[in-house]
Design a binder for this molecule. Structure first.
Ligand SMILES: Nc1ncnc2c1ncn2[C@@H]1O[C@H](COP(=O)(O)OP(=O)(O)OP(=O)(O)O)[C@@H](O)[C@H]1O
Length: 322
């Protein structure tokens, strides 16, 4: 089956401008040679510590950030390198839900006006009917159209953000930390809603999160990122039952609830990640990795399929050891 979304060897450099004192700042390699393929209807989780490049990857897929190398394909067609208008047409089927749903809404506009404006920008007609349909789809009553963002709760704002995207008839939705800052019950409600919408509208999700317990419940597959690279990519159950990359295992060990251990047994990740602007040679995880060898410090391993999981490691954990 042709993937709905494919990223091939994608790289993104950020910054690197001259400072006012004349000293140049090296660019940050925010995304380094990432390859992924997402099947229609799939939920692919993108997981990793803060600063590993999750948001930059999402923004680049959306066309908000220019790639420095590689390709992005939608339905098997290249979108990188297209003229802006043509790229926008192709990319109209991908939309992004920001983690701070409230901040993305104009405080002076009613919810109805916000939704109608989103449709007007895309030249979509029959706006009142579409607004009513999407408000109902996200579980808000029609009266919500007359309300303003400050009158809504965090959970309701997330629903409005989803309604705004749904109105545009997306096929792929990039959800950036969709449950962050919500308490457990609202979190569960948002996840249930996302599941329903996925089935009802035939959506495909790219689910960016560093909340492993949410990822475990919600995603079909998971890509683990470390300093701009995907270091492990596998079905969710496989990642949680038998992590192959030492970094994945460290992430899981830092969240003991997931492995059924007691909180006292949590093993926080040792050390800080190196600066993305000054990466060490070889594997960027090697300075923090108990299994690293001279090979790790010399050569950055490529992602390769091993025993049911893709892993970028010279010394991956055996399935039985994990
Ligand atoms: N505009 C920018 N200029 C220079 N560097 C940037 C810029 N935006 C992000 N970065 C750097 O790029 C790297 C990736 O950042 P990104 O925001 O994509 O990570 P993230 O995994 O989404 O983090 P978080 O979970 O905190 O949102 C980080 O090292 C960050 O400091």
């Amino acid at each position: 089956m042709t993937p709905i979304l494919e990223v091939q060897d994608l790289s993104v450099s950020l910054g690197g401008r001259r400072r006012w004192l004349g000293r140049s700042i090296p660019p940050v390699q925010a995304v380094r040679g990432v390859s992924l393929a997402v099947a229609p209807g799939e939920v692919l989780g993108i997981v990793g510590e803060s600063g590993c490049g999750k948001t930059t990857l999402g923004r680049t897929i959306l066309g908000l950030q220019r790639e420095s190398g590689g390709e992005i394909l939608l339905d098997g067609k290249r979108v990188s390198g297209l003229a802006p208008q043509a790229a926008r047409r192709v990319r109209n089927s991908i939309h992004y839900v920001h983690q701070d749903a409230g901040a993305a809404l104009d405080p002076w506009w009613s919810i109805g006006r916000t939704l109608e404006e989103a449709l007007a920008i895309q030249g979509i007609g029959d706006r009142p009917a579409r607004v009513a349909e999407v408000l109902a789809a996200v579980g808000l009553d029609a009266g919500a159209a007359r309300r303003y963002p400050h009158e809504l709760s965090g959970g309701q704002l997330r629903r409005v953000a989803l309604a705004r995207i749904l109105a545009l008839r997306p096929r792929v939705v990039i959800l950036d930390e969709p449950t962050s800052g919500l308490d457990m019950s609202v979190q569960a409600m948002v996840l249930t809603l996302l599941r329903d919408l996925r089935v009802r509208y035939g959506l495909t999700y790219l689910f960016i999160s560093h909340d492993l317990s949410v990822v475990r419940r919600f995603c079909d597959r998971v890509a683990i990122m470390y300093l701009g690279r995907v270091v492990e990519l596998a079905p969710t159950a496989e990642v949680f039952a038998a992590p192959r990359h030492p970094y994945t295992r460290s992430l899981l060990e830092a969240a003991p609830r997931l492995t059924g251990r007691r909180a006292a047994e949590a093993a926080p990740l040792a050390g800080e990640p190196p600066s993305a602007a000054r990466l060490p040679p070889g594997c960027a995880f090697a300075p923090r990795c108990a299994r690293s060898s001279a090979a790790c410090r010399a050569e950055d391993p490529a992602l390769a399929l091993r025993d049911g999981a893709e892993v970028a490691c010279h010394h991956p954990l055996e399935r039985a050891m994990a």
